[in-house]
Design a protein around this ligand. Structure first.
Ligand SMILES: [Fe+2]
Ligand SMILES: [Fe+2]
Length: 195
């Protein structure tokens, strides 16, 4: 039974979200340590933009819908507002290069806000969901979250709608455009596994 419960936890939405957050912190460390190599640093910034954009929209669609059901609209909207703010900052970062004044400061600001936001998810929302919903539902949500990550835009779209259905529709419309725009962009490697 131990192996089964470990496997179950491994596929839950809480575990997948924590792995994404770990990847953000790993990329942040690598960004800070690559100041001597602007090409590597630019690729890391681009990977941060891609991972955080995809993660935040997938959460809007899957996680915050369930949070709204369980904790109410106010809590869900509060988290959605954090995402809108971060996506706005990511769009600013996307328009800059590492050689631009203020680029590193903006990366620090984004990461600082993300850490506070991710802390709330990991210590308040996700444990609450696991306690209320149980293993099977967390796995089902994990599969939905992983599926959503494949459909949503790879670039930040500030002002994109935050209602789940509208987000999904808008995401599916802009995702292919983003993927074409991504051709030729150099992304740093993700080192933290996705699952
Ligand atoms: Fe979030
Ligand atoms: Fe998150």
């Amino acid at each position: 039974m131990q192996a089964f419960s470990t496997l179950s936890a491994a596929r839950g939405i809480d575990h997948l979200i924590q792995l994404d957050h770990q990847s953000f912190w790993d990329l942040h460390d690598r960004f800070r340590n690559s100041g001597a190599d602007p090409y590597a640093q630019q690729a890391i910034a681009i990977e941060i933009i891609r991972e955080v954009s995809v993660h935040s929209v997938a959460e809007d669609i899957v996680l915050y819908t369930v949070i709204e059901e369980q904790e109410g609209k106010e809590v869900a909207d509060d988290m959605r507002q954090d995402h809108l703010k971060v996506r706005d900052q990511l769009a600013q970062l996307d328009a800059m290069s590492v050689s631009d004044t203020g680029h590193a400061v903006l990366v620090e600001r984004i990461m600082q806000e993300l850490r506070a936001h991710a802390y709330e998810e990991e210590h308040r929302d996700l444990p609450m969901l696991r306690a209320k919903l149980g293993d099977d539902k967390m796995i089902e949500l994990g599969a939905k979250f992983a599926g959503a990550k494949n459909l949503v835009p790879t670039r930040p779209h500030p002002g994109a709608p935050i209602e789940p259905t509208a987000t999904l529709v808008a995401g599916v419309v802009v995702a292919p455009v983003d993927k074409v725009r991504d051709l030729g962009r150099e992304f740093a490697e993700r080192k933290v596994p996705e699952e």
